[in-house]
Design a protein. Structure first.
Length: 281
């Protein structure tokens, strides 16, 4: 497959910049493979189409408000980082723009001046920064951090502050539980608690965890897609979920992956191991 095979025109006005007024009111495209017809419906109608009682698999990862805005040393130059992974106590892998311009030893200040860091160096296409103390990062992020929205969401500086509370609520699934992702499993954003209650009558719902990593922001730069290498991501399948999926496969029940993050996990495993064993990768 070639990258150009996937080229298509998406008018900018059709890329939503804000969520729908109410979660669950987005549109649903229904493809009937038997009749080869397409139907346009509301997402809230999804339970109506689940006639074969499938096993639905959700990703319960929780997005961290891991984007910090600050300044570079005494220069006053704006700097923005996205925390990815803690390598050592106080030392983090981060996504940064214009990474080549930074030099080891440069100082950075975040969180209204209460959080200081030093640029350590580069690690492939990620930066390494070391905080000057051992701060309570969870508290700092909850207070000063911003949600790492997709690159196709464009906000002016004035809109950013006003939209932050809404972003924290809506760029998070209602079933988010395990903190660690730097992007949301977007297919799950449309589900409401009310719909999850309805699903219990027409499907069997199970959860796994995949923490979406920096690879989701990495563009495909090669024409031959097979040559593109995705960055590794952590996933975990609890024992009860594993056993349910294994039994569903043995009984030829349909398994419905909610989104590409769940699909990546399911395609990484073959469900042929012993029962009652957690799986992580």
């Amino acid at each position: 497959m070639k990258l150009s095979d996937f080229d298509f025109h998406l008018p900018p006005e059709l890329i939503a910049q804000t969520p729908s007024p109410k979660r669950g009111e987005s549109r649903l495209l229904v493809l009937d493979r038997s009749s080869q017809t397409i139907e346009h419906a509301s997402f809230s109608a999804l339970p109506h189409y689940l006639t074969d009682h499938p096993v639905m698999v959700f990703n319960d990862t929780r997005v961290l408000p891991a984007k910090l805005e600050g300044t570079l040393g005494n220069q006053g130059k704006a700097v923005e980082i996205l925390l990815v992974k803690e390598e050592l106590p106080g030392t983090w892998q981060v996504l940064m723009k214009d990474l080549k311009k930074y030099k080891p030893g440069q100082k950075m200040v975040f969180a209204g001046g209460t959080l200081e860091a030093e640029f350590v160096g580069r690690q492939n296409d990620l930066g390494l920064i070391r905080f000057s103390s051992n701060p309570d990062l969870e508290h700092q992020l909850e207070t000063f951090g911003k949600m790492p929205l997709p690159h196709y969401i464009h906000r002016s500086p004035d809109d950013g502050a006003d939209m932050d509370p809404l972003d924290r609520e809506r760029y998070q699934t209602v079933f988010a539980k395990q903190p660690g992702a730097i992007a949301a499993p977007t297919a799950g954003l449309h589900f409401t608690n009310a719909m999850l209650g309805q699903l219990s009558e027409c499907a069997e719902v199970v959860y796994l965890t995949l923490h979406v990593g920096p690879g989701t922001f990495q563009p495909v730069r090669v024409e031959q897609i097979q040559r593109h290498h995705m960055k590794a991501e952590f996933y975990h399948i609890p024992a009860d979920t594993w056993n349910t999926l294994r039994q569903a496969k043995n009984h030829e029940r349909n398994i419905m992956a909610v989104g590409t993050t769940v699909t990546r996990v399911l395609e990484s495993e073959d469900f042929c191991r012993e029962e009652d064993s957690d799986v992580s990768g």
